[in-house]
Design a protein around this ligand. Sequence first.
Ligand SMILES: Cc1cc2nc3c(=O)[nH]c(=O)nc-3n(C[C@H](O)[C@H](O)[C@H](O)COP(=O)(O)O)c2cc1C
Ligand SMILES: O=C(O)C(=O)c1ccccc1
Length: 388
Amino acid sequence: MKNFGNQVQFKVYQNMPSPDPNRLPVVYEEWEERAREVLEEGPFYYVAGGAGGESTMQANLQAFQRWKIVPRMLRNVEERDISIELFGQGYSSPLLLAPIGVQSIIHPEGEIAAARACAAMKIPYIASSASTKPMEEIAESMGDAPKWFQLYWNKDPEVTASFLTRAEEAGYSAIVVTLDTAMMAWREQDLKNVYLPFLIGEGVGNYFTDPAFCSNLEESPEEDPAAAIMHWTQTFGNPSLTWEDLAFLRKHTSLPILLKGILHPDDAKLAVEHGVDGIIVSNHGGRQVDGAIGALEALPQVCEAVEGKIPVLMDSGIRRGSDVVKALALGAKAVLVGRPCMYGLAVAGEEGVREVLQNMLADTDLTLALAGERAIRELNQSNLKKDE
Ligand SMILES: Cc1cc2nc3c(=O)[nH]c(=O)nc-3n(C[C@H](O)[C@H](O)[C@H](O)COP(=O)(O)O)c2cc1C
Ligand SMILES: O=C(O)C(=O)c1ccccc1
């Protein structure tokens, strides 16, 4: 994708002086506003909201404001390279779609629309354990485009093992283990709206099709959905896990394992010691610990602790190309995009997600070039300055 940004700009301005009146938004805030218009209050705030008073959600954005890019000049940036390599595999850009469950509450096609958009953009789609559609159906809709699977570590080890096996068989090429959501946080908006999608049967597609999960039910989920949902809520997360338990996952998959939700440098060290293959610095988009450190704030120390032994990725607060450039300059190998894509999905389904990703990539490419770098792997802290 050489000089991707220029190509996207060119396409937009080609329509001068009569732009399409139905064109999609460009501005992040406008995508969010349009999503608010098309969604009911419950689903909209489920996506847009965070834990508690949303101070961590704000901290995620503020952390990006505190770092400034210091552009370099006269460095021949005519040809750029925004590709990366992870676990021996090349990817055409440093973006991935963050794992997001219950996409059926955002758009009727849910995960399939988002997955197809990613496939078209060659951006890895990370399928959530809490998807409404089963992982096999998502994988099938993507052909051989890159796809990872996100694991919610079930209380029932048989279900966890089954998910790992299914993911590998369905063609997913890495496992993202989310550690920060052993239980759902105190989310004020959802409590106010009395809205939790899985209690109305959204986001359980992987579970209701799973033989291990279903073997614990007296009747099938079709016959008694209420009992199946109850069983889901009782087994969804496992707060008793410790670092020693990671060996269980290793035993059940040969795929690279990444831990998502790491913020403390000591945990990053433990991750390396326990032989995982990658880390995702994340506070779950501010949806779990209100008052937690902004994800970007945590990134430099985590990278330092890891000493380059395994790749560090990050998410939580990526909104624009400059955010991508800052995260990469602070040591992330790639970034995951969450809510922006979900607003794209709400507003325009597959096309909306594609548009959001395409614009973010274009912005990333142009920001990289104008910062004076030809390749994202060359970005480092010397491209940035932190506010005093
Ligand atoms: C509606 C919604 C559902 C989510 N579901 C999951 C999930 O199933 N698994 C997971 O690991 N993270 C989940 N996340 C967290 C995202 O993967 C990601 O960490 C977060 O959205 C990044 O922050 P951002 O939205 O500010 O970009 C969810 C986030 C949202 C907004
Ligand atoms: O809402 C979330 O952040 C999330 O991770 C989740 C967990 C379970 C089901 C659906 C989404």
